[in-house]
Design a protein around this ligand. Structure first.
Ligand SMILES: NC(=O)c1ccc[n+]([C@@H]2O[C@H](COP(=O)([O-])OP(=O)(O)OC[C@H]3O[C@@H](n4cnc5c(N)ncnc54)[C@H](OP(=O)(O)O)[C@@H]3O)[C@@H](O)[C@H]2O)c1
Length: 250
């Protein structure tokens, strides 16, 4: 049963796989009627999600654009404008980086990480917030590597810190329009969402040893929290929920 008003539209940046895909499903199951799914190159993943959600009666528009390129974001925003006059929920669920020590990150790798993982968030909000009515909501997905050292995670860790800062700035700047902006800080996720990370099995082992809840997270864990931030939490803005099974406490 829907817990929302009819005709709800969501844009999920990075919505075709992993966490974004779980968020898309979660929103579709709870009454969002039109989903825009933005992805980079894996067409089959986007198409299979589109088929799945459309068979449940949800309208899906998949959009293949490179969010690391400013002109692509502008073109994408113009296309969205032609297809809807209102966006209720906007979720940034995209990251791209090179996993290596920060001391060895090259300028082009730094720039790519920042452009895709952080700048795109601010740029998309700039381009689309005028379509967002009072009471609408934005959520960005960060990671615990923004706050503490993870080997080989330096470039993305820095960009996630900047993403969290952008959440706070945009929350204040958009508060007058009654648009809330919040974030989720996720710990390591298991299963198919394990990142392409050097020595990932050792990272998993060490993470599990230090995680009080005794398990890695899942994309559905993140989707549940995102849904809460999007549709509930009506006096909450500029804040982050940490979902890590207690890892940061140990
Ligand atoms: N997985 C984890 O353990 C974990 C932990 C903490 C935080 N997070 C965060 O959660 C978010 C999602 O992570 P994930 O593991 O679910 O990622 P993922 O499985 O790699 O999926 C990434 C999504 O973003 C899209 N994408 C990537 N680069 C893009 C670009 N330049 N332009 C447009 N779309 C682009 C991908 O499209 P294609 O399919 O076409 O490539 C895909 O839909 C990220 O912000 C990540 O930092 C993940």
């Amino acid at each position: 049963m829907s817990t929302m008003r009819p005709e709800r539209t969501a844009v999920i940046l990075g919505g075709s796989r992993g966490v974004g895909r779980a968020i898309a499903r979660y929103l579709a199951e709870r009454g969002v009627t039109h989903l825009f799914i933005v992805f980079l190159e894996q067409v089959e993943a986007a198409e299979s999600l589109t088929r799945e959600l459309e068979s449940c009666g949800v309208k899906v528009t998949s959009l293949q654009y490179n969010l690391g390129v400013a002109e692509d974001i502008q073109t994408m925003a113009e296309r969205i404008r032609k297809l809807t006059s209102q966006i209720d929920y906007l979720v940034h669920c995209v990251a791209l980086t090179t996993f290596k020590p920060l001391m060895r990150v090259r300028p082009n790798q730094w720039d790519l990480t920042m452009a895709v993982s952080t700048r795109s968030f601010v740029h998309v909000v700039q381009q689309l917030s005028d379509l967002m009515p009072r009471g609408s909501s934005v959520v960005a997905i960060s990671s615990t590597g923004s706050q503490r050292f993870n080997a080989n995670y330096g470039a993305l860790g820095v960009s996630k810190s900047a993403l969290e800062s952008a959440v706070r700035y945009l929350a204040v700047e958009l508060a007058g329009k009654e648009i809330r902006v919040n974030g989720v800080i996720s710990g390591l996720l298991g299963g198919a969402s394990l990142p392409l990370f050097p020595e990932i099995q050792e990272v998993v082992k060490q993470t599990l040893e230090r995680t009080p809840s005794g398990r890695l997270g899942t994309p559905d864990d993140i989707a549940e929290a995102v849904y809460f931030l999007l549709t509930g939490a009506s006096w909450m803005t500029g804040q982050h929920l940490i979902l890590d099974g207690g890892f940061c406490l140990t």
